[in-house]
Design a protein around this ligand. Structure first.
Ligand code: NAD
Length: 261
């Protein structure tokens, strides 16, 4: 039977890549995120054409617990359960701590950390009820910034470190139910999220935008290359596979050697 996969923040970037990878395997996918209605509908239609599964869109704002509940409810009512949950939605804000807007801090913590708590608290009872050995998979798209810090990214780094703690706690609570919970920690991937922060970082550091790419983003990425969306998606597919059933409560880094230093 086709698995049902919910990916938050999947109208763009890594999330859309992850949705594509699961859809190509025949999964039913529920996508979520913001964007122009025509672009979202084009993505949804494309996903349905990849592997024969259904693709639905839900507009839940990840800062709104009630809307998150509705997203999971829609997935469960349509497909019967949720087999794979990928917490991926994210934004970035780059500023010194003393200048960091309070509402931005709250927004980043809500989207990057609290939303995963809310999706999980609704998905876990569904996964437990499904009762199939080693079936449930929860994958949190964290970051190299879950392991190390960079200046001017206080909310992002704090939330990403936090999601690793949530990942480990959930893994321990769910291990005996055959549900695994893991994080993926990518280095820099050239998505809209990263492209948007290049001008801000250039301004904060007083350097050119090209220098942000080579001297800031790729400085510690030992391969001197950006990670691709497809490489992150392949890691998600692996964590959702039977072969990964004893991998739980941990993370997989995919950062070109960044955090080896
Ligand atoms: P992106 O900007 O391309 O995509 C972000 C997605 O999240 C979009 O679909 C957007 O609509 C959605 N989103 C934003 N705010 C939302 C909200 N309030 N409610 C629902 N959806 C919302 O960014 P990306 O680079 O693909 O990032 C995806 C994840 O990967 C994020 O968690 C990010 O922190 C993480 N990540 C990215 C990189 C990178 O270099 N791009 C590296 C490590 C980790």
């Amino acid at each position: 039977m086709a698995r049902t996969v919910v990916v938050t923040g999947s109208t763009s970037g890594i999330g859309l890549g992850v949705a594509r990878a699961f859809a190509a395997e025949g999964a039913n996918v529920v996508i979520n995120g913001f964007g122009k209605p025509e672009d979202i509908e084009a993505a949804r239609t494309e996903l349905e054409g990849l592997g024969g599964g259904a693709a639905l869109y839900h507009p839940a704002d990840m800062t709104r617990p009630d809307e998150i509940a509705d997203l999971i409810r829609m997935a469960a009512e349509t497909f019967g359960t949720v087999d794979v949950l990928v917490n991926n939605a994210g934004i970035q804000h780059v500023a010194k701590i003393e200048e960091f807007p309070v509402e931005k801090w709250d927004q980043l913590i809500a989207i990057l950390l609290s939303s995963a708590f809310h999706t999980m608290r609704h998905v876990i009872p569904l996964m437990k009820a499904a009762g199939r050995a080693y079936s449930g998979r929860i994958i949190n798209v964290a970051s190299a910034h879950a392991l190390v810090a960079s200046p001017y990214k206080s909310a992002y780094v704090a939330a990403k470190h936090g999601i690793l703690g949530l990942t480990k706690t959930a893994a321990l609570e769910l291990a005996e139910f055959g549900i695994t919970v893991n994080a993926i920690c990518p280095g820099y991937v050239l998505t809209p999220l990263v492209e948007k922060q290049i001008p801000d970082t250039a301004r904060e550091r007083g350097i050119s935008e090209e220098a942000v790419k080579t001297d800031v983003m790729l400085r510690l990425q030992a391969t001197k290359q950006f990670v691709s969306i497809e490489e992150v998606a392949a890691t998600a597919l692996y964590l959702a596979s039977d072969a990964a059933r004893q991998i739980t409560g941990t993370h997989i880094s995919i950062d070109g050697g960044w955090t080896a230093q």
